[in-house]
Write a protein that binds this ligand. Structure first.
Ligand code: ADP
Ligand code: MG
Length: 255
């Protein structure tokens, strides 16, 4: 589905400057849930921006269903960490969810239906007439997720989307995401720096080191549907946690 090969990104005009992403290669299968784990500053966001076509790589390429990505592909949606900046405060929740559909050329009726369905999927049915600032942080992030779902992407890229909500809201959002991932049959690439979150969500976890290169890759054999209590109590969960902790810890500090 997604094929990243020899991706390299250097910021600024000097091609010999230290790269933010260097020689990064991996593939993601259709409907796979891949988590990318890496310490702060190791190039995770840069990598995602290059994958989404929002930023152009210095070298290498990204292919989505065998087509080279040079601008944001129509079948891709993006959820950022900072929901307060991704929602438009002057638009009601409903409009925040539906406006990208107009750009996609979806008719009014179909856009309204997709919007209500997505709000319902994230547990915000009936909240369409509120403004973002009338909602809690967790609800605002659910609006951002609803917007991505209404868009009916084939691929969903998420950059530390739950990092700025409290722990309890976060586990709720993780379960919500797993539910909609399975129902909508999307491919998800999810960036986080939280080991437990990565294991809980993913089919496969990739560990990056600075500059973003795959340091470690592991498949997660835990059964689905997963459950915040029983899944995390399984011995395999603890083993994976130790394995990933070591993979992260062994990283050299960024220069
Ligand atoms: P992460 O998301 O893993 O925290 P980033 O991709 O944000 O990492 O950053 C990787 C490296 O690239 C860091 O050293 C950061 O300072 C640098 N960087 C990120 N964005 C820019 C930018 N727009 N211009 C210059 N350097 C940047
Ligand atoms: Mg980042």
């Amino acid at each position: 589905m997604l094929d990243v090969s020899q991706l390299r990104k250097v910021y600024g005009p000097d091609p010999n400057a230290p790269p933010a992403v260097a020689d990064l290669s991996f593939t993601v299968a259709e409907q796979e849930f891949v988590c990318i784990l890496g310490s702060s500053g190791c190039g995770k966001s840069t990598m995602l921006r290059c994958l989404s076509g929002l930023d152009s790589p210095t070298a290498g390429e990204v292919r989505l269903r065998d087509r080279r990505v040079t601008k944001p592909p129509e079948e891709m949606a993006f959820v950022f960490q900072d929901y307060s900046r991704s929602l438009l405060p002057w638009m009601k929740v409903r409009r925040n969810v539906s406006f990208p559909l107009r750009y996609k050329g979806v008719g009014n009726r179909a856009a309204d239906d997709a919007t209500e369905e997505a709000l319902d999927a994230v547990g915000l049915a009936g909240k369409g007439d509120l403004y973002p600032w009338q909602l809690s942080g967790g609800m605002q992030q659910r609006v951002a997720i609803a917007r991505a779902l209404a868009y009916k992407p084939r691929v969903l890229l998420m950059d530390e989307p739950f990092a700025s909500v409290d722990a309890q809201t976060r586990t709720g959002l993780e379960d919500l995401l797993l539910d909609v991932w399975q129902r909508y049959e999307i491919t998800v690439l999810f960036v986080t720096h939280d080991i437990d979150e990565a294991i809980y969500l993913a089919d496969r976890v990739l560990v990056l080191r600075a500059p973003a290169q795959i340091r470690h890759s592991t498949t997660v054999p835990l059964a689905r549907p997963r459950d915040q209590l029983t899944t995390k109590q399984q011995p395999e969960f603890g083993q994976l946690r130790a394995e990933l902790f070591n993979a992260l810890d062994a990283q050299p500090a960024p220069a």
